[in-house]
Design a protein. Structure first.
Length: 244
């Protein structure tokens, strides 16, 4: 049985998995843990469900019939960027994991996975989504509205995913400080260990949304050999490779 964990009230999870045994096992486990669960078997059914139902967390198999997980993830990012997506994949190479993240996943698990780990990953996403202080803040051209979990750049809404919002929130609370990828994994993801490329991908995605020219970032800078630094004090990249 799942371990006892405090679950967000009315938290909803949609599972999209074509393997009936995995789909049933995950659904039963999460229902026993207190979640409201919807489970579907293919990408086409998932697309129909997502048109009328927006879950808090989407647990999404990458290799799906009819409509692939990557396509669904990209669509949910366009239509409901606040939905948290955990990608399930049997492809465990670093390149494949990076590819899943680049399609918009907040997190990933490689099959076979532990039910307990999946539950903890879901709970971590939900908990981090709730813990931000509700005091609005402004820094340079950026404005954060934590009550609505919305960020603005020059008074224009930035279409951020959950992870991108958390990443920007973290950086705006620590301007001009340098953080390693491991620091960011710990502070933003809540991981004590993990793949550093996860941070690299999310920084790249965030830059695409906040930088006038992502290849030459002005706000989110790479400090070579050290990590990343957020600044609104006129920082500018020295070359096109500063976007890593």
């Amino acid at each position: 049985m799942p371990a006892t964990i405090v679950v967000t009230v009315n938290a909803t999870v949609m599972i999209v998995e074509d393997d009936a045994a995995v789909r049933t096992a995950v659904g039963d486990y999460l229902r026993a843990a207190g979640y409201s669960v919807t489970a579907v078997a293919d990408g086409g059914l998932a697309r129909d469900k997502l048109a009328v139902q927006t879950p808090d967390v989407l647990v999404l198999d990458r290799m799906l019939p009819l409509v692939g997980g990557d396509v669904l993830c990209a669509e949910i990012r366009k239509n409901a960027p606040h939905v948290m997506v955990i990608m399930l994949t049997a492809l465990d190479s670093v390149a494949q994991r990076i590819s899943g993240l680049e399609h918009g996943a907040d997190d990933y698990l490689v099959k076979p996975f532990s039910m307990r780990e999946l539950q903890l990953r879901i709970e971590t996403l939900l908990r981090r989504g709730q813990k931000s202080p509700l005091v609005p803040m402004e820094i340079g051209p950026f404005r954060i509205d934590p009550a609505r979990r919305i960020a603005f750049l020059n008074n224009t809404t930035i279409p951020l995913t959950t992870r991108e919002y958390e990443l920007l929130l973290f950086f705006t609370h620590h301007p001009d400080e340098v953080f390693t990828r491991d620091d960011i994994l710990r502070e933003v993801w809540g991981w004590t260990f993990g793949e550093a490329s996860t941070v690299t991908v999310h920084v790249r995605r965030l830059r695409e949304k906040i930088e006038p020219e992502p290849r030459y970032p002005r706000y989110l800078l790479t400090e070579w050999g050290a990590g990343y630094r957020f600044t609104v004090g006129g920082g500018a990249a020295g070359g096109g490779e500063n976007n890593r």
